[in-house]
Ligand binder design. Structure first.
Ligand code: GAP
Length: 538
């Protein structure tokens, strides 16, 4: 992974945000090549899912024909959207930091028990995080703290039951003498602080609490909020999908693993609306379609997997969810990281925005109410049901949501592309070669154009070719240093083809085209270059 990170910085794919000021944790900038790569990922997704979709024919594996369209919604939306969607409540966690170990914990995830030992005569609330045997973990922590050995277990006088840290603080009136998990001395945990995973901002100049708004933590809600607008302004008929690509923001507690968990990232989401009787088939269709897309784009082999969630893992509204996962090199062997989730969301989202925040009661979704019987978060009250004028049926569509991360996909394509082999250098000597084996559709630069040497009319022809190709493709011109070095520089950034103008070009109008992966060079007519490149790039 270090090699990939180093290459990303060296060749201008990714930089740490605000690096000259020491960086900002969880934020990343895409450099000159990174911006091209990520744009190609988003364009490939948009093109394959929306633009090239033919609504007149049944796509392979689909239960019927369907339509696709897109939206571009604002990042800041009405705060009630996040209250009804559940994000406002869900994304509010209380966290404590340990001043000694520098670790951060969810306040209510810390479990412990009061314990006394004769020497030193201290009463401490010893803590741990939940494990298979929490008491054993507490025994170990207490023995360590009191400087006792395993055989001295009976010298510990445990009091009461295992309880959460918030309960202990309540029962001890706030003075619990807490020994944090992994801490050596008590009293190192900070006061619990509200950790809002949604970034707050204020609308308008006064900045009162009523003016609080949030940066969206997902693009999906803008689509639900516009469902009626799309139905009313187009002739789309259910089933149809609405797609959106854009920035999302989450104040992640532990951003890490390069861009994998960032605080500002881009999502590529589809909300697919269908009749409830067909939603299980549509779910299976989208799950398989999205998995196939990553394979088509080059993520093949054992590093990619489709994992269907077990019943206990499903969200309260979901009748089926699958994750598309990739074995990123920064993960421990055998572990996979999520690239995309495909969720069957039933009618949860549209109902939430009609009625208000829903919770599960038994098998039913019901409006969450306050003790006084009022809705906890009131919905819009707008009718978001759909009327099918052919069947004369009114219903609330079910939603299938394929939700992908543009940054995670870009990172996976980068990791998968990174290759090292041995190839002869300009003197014919075998040398280690680092190259990025991108799918040609994703490669930031599609072709490089070189004059073999800077004389004998070659630069003039190469410049002309470059100008012609640039009208259609992302190309690069290079006339500096030995041609072998120029090839290596292009290999390292994943350019699939290098076109060289040499002495023969001047005589017969042919050029060489070199393939990044096979290193094979073919001679083709200069006039055929546009056609040839179009074919090879796919
Ligand atoms: N609307 C559903 C939703 O947002 P999610 O699983 O929270 O679901 C979807 O996010 C995708 O967004 C993930 O599969 C991942 O690719 C990307 N994503 C989520 N959080 C991210 C983060 N902190 N950094 C980078 N990508 C993230």
């Amino acid at each position: 992974m270090e090699n990939i990170v180093a290459l990303c910085k060296r060749r201008g794919f990714l930089f740490q945000s605000s690096e000259i000021y020491g960086g900002l944790n969880g934020f990343w900038d895409y450099g000159p090549l990174g911006v091209l790569l990520k744009r190609n990922v988003k364009d490939a997704w948009w093109n394959d899912m929306i633009m090239s979709h033919n609504e007149l024919v049944i796509s392979g594996g689909a239960p019927g024909t369907y339509e696709m369209t897109g939206l571009d919604c604002t990042i800041i939306m009405h705060p009630q959207i996040w209250k009804c969607s559940g994000h406002y409540d869900l994304f509010h966690d209380f966290m404590v930091d340990c001043r000694e170990t520098k670790k951060r914990y969810r306040y209510d995830h810390i479990l412990g028990r009061f314990v006394l030992a004769a020497s030193p005569a201290t009463r401490v609330f010893v803590t741990t995080l939940e494990t298979e045997n929490t008491q054993a973990a507490l025994d170990e922590a207490a023995l360590k703290f009191f400087g006792l050995r395993k055989k001295d277990l009976d010298k510990l006088q445990w009091e009461g039951e295992i309880m959460s840290l918030p309960d202990a603080m309540r029962s001890a009136g706030g003075a619990a003498n807490v020994l944090g998990p992994d801490a050596k001395t008590p009293d190192t945990l900070t006061e619990p602080r509200e950790f809002n995973l949604m970034f707050k901002t204020t609308i308008g100049a006064l900045g009162t609490e009523e003016d609080t708004a949030f940066l969206r933590p997902e693009t999906a809600q803008g689509i639900f909020a516009n469902f009626k607008n799309v139905c009313d302004s187009t002739r789309l008929r259910v089933p149809f999908g609405i797609a959106q690509v854009g920035k999302s923001f989450r104040n992640e507690i532990t951003p890490r693993n390069f861009t994998f968990r960032s605080r500002e990232f881009e999502q590529m989401e589809i909300e697919f609306f269908c009749h409830p009787s067909q939603s299980a088939q549509w779910y299976a269709y989208w799950r398989d379609r999205r998995f196939a897309w990553y394979i088509e784009m080059g993520l093949a082999g054992e590093r990619l997997q489709l994992r269907e969630h077990g019943a206990t893992e499903l969200s309260h509204y979901s009748c089926g969810t699958a994750d598309i996962e990739y074995q990123f090199p920064f993960l421990p062997p055998g572990e996979f990281g999520e690239l995309e989730g495909i969720a069957h969301r039933g009618d949860f989202d549209l109902r939430s925005h009609m009625e208000g925040k829903l919770v599960k009661e038994g098998c039913e979704l019901v409006l969450e109410k306050l003790p006084n019987g009022q809705p906890k978060h009131r919905g819009s009250g707008k009718d978001l049901t759909y009327y099918d004028d052919l069947t004369k049926e009114r219903f609330t569509p079910h939603v299938i949501e394929p939700s992908a991360g543009a940054d995670r996909a870009t990172l996976a394509f980068l990791c998968e592309a990174y290759q090292v082999d041995t190839a002869p250098d300009e003197k014919g000597q075998p040398q280690e070669r680092v190259y990025l084996k991108f799918h040609p559709r994703l490669a930031p630069i599609k072709a490089a154009v070189f004059p073999l040497v800077k004389k004998d009319g070659m630069p003039e022809i190469a410049t002309e070719i470059y100008g012609e190709l640039k009208k259609q493709f992302s190309v690069f011109y290079d006339d500096k240093s030995a041609v072998g070095r120029r090839y290596r520089r292009q290999d390292e950034i994943g350019t699939p083809f290098c076109i060289t103008v040499d002495g023969q070009t001047v005589q017969d109008g042919t050029v060489t085209i070199r393939d990044r992966d096979t290193l094979k060079q073919e001679r083709i007519k200069r006039d055929d270059l546009v056609k040839e490149l179009s074919q090879r790039l796919g």
